[in-house]
Design a binder for this molecule. Structure first.
Ligand code: FDM
Ligand code: MG
Length: 216
């Protein structure tokens, strides 16, 4: 008898500024999709557990310095080292929720205003990585973010960096038309309802989309 081929999983990316509620929304989405019967995995970048991830972790905590381009390529390498396992999970029918991805990668590095580190340059090493089926951008105003409390102690967690990151996310997502912008300045429930609706549409259209694509 013939076996029904496994329906591939969906690659879902959640992006946004610090304090936009990414982690809470990823958890709510994981629970929602699990209840719907999906086999779900929730991962995040940077993955601080690998050898490259440990270098990134010391950089973010400020216990180590790295040249701007060098740390940028390490963040990218941290995605490349997991690319195969992402492809394998998707092929095995697992739905992956990814907290930050190439978009954060390009935007945070370009926000340093290093003259030889443009958004264009920063995007190049991302080309060829698995392309998300849906990228949800949790958008929050500077005012709303400020209301949600102070910054943490890690590198990049300061007002001037966050302002540049916000502008660059906007620039990037004006070019990448396939992003789903979610107004994250509302209650957890309101935001999660929008996310669930967008993800459900995406999952329903998966057969039309075909196999997992790659970033261009
Ligand atoms: N970040 C994250 C980057 O600079 N490049 C990347 O490729 C990624 C994935 O690392 F400030 C930044 C964004 C953030 C920091 O992320 C750690 P979390 O999600 O706040 O732990
Ligand atoms: Mg953070």
């Amino acid at each position: 008898s013939q076996q029904t081929p496994t329906r591939r999983g969906t690659l879902i990316v959640v992006e946004g500024l610090d304090r936009a509620g990414k982690s809470s929304q990823c958890e709510l989405l994981r629970d929602y999709l699990s209840e719907q019967g999906h086999n779900v995995k929730y991962i995040r970048f940077p993955d601080r557990t690998t050898p490259i991830g440990k270098l990134i972790d010391s950089y973010l905590r400020g216990s180590a310095n790295q040249e701007d381009h060098s740390i940028h390529l390490l963040f990218s390498a941290n995605r490349w080292e997991l690319a195969k396992s992402i492809e394998q999970d998707i092929a095995a029918g697992i739905t992956l929720i990814v907290d930050r991805y190439s978009y954060s990668g390009a935007v945070y590095s370009a926000a340093k205003a290093n003259p030889t580190l443009s958004l264009e340059w920063a995007w190049q090493p991302e080309i060829g990585l698995p392309q998300p089926d849906i990228c949800l951008f949790l958008s929050i105003s500077a005012e709303e973010a400020a209301k949600r409390g102070g910054f943490g102690a890690e590198r990049y967690e300061n007002e001037s960096m966050q302002t540049r990151v916000r502008e660059l996310f906007r620039t990037l997502f004006e070019r990448q038309k396939d992003v789903c912008v979610v107004d994250a300045g509302r209650t957890l429930e309101e935001v999660s309802r929008d996310i669930q609706a967008a993800v459900s549409d995406c999952v329903a259209q998966l057969d039309t989309v075909g196999p997992l694509r790659t970033l261009g």
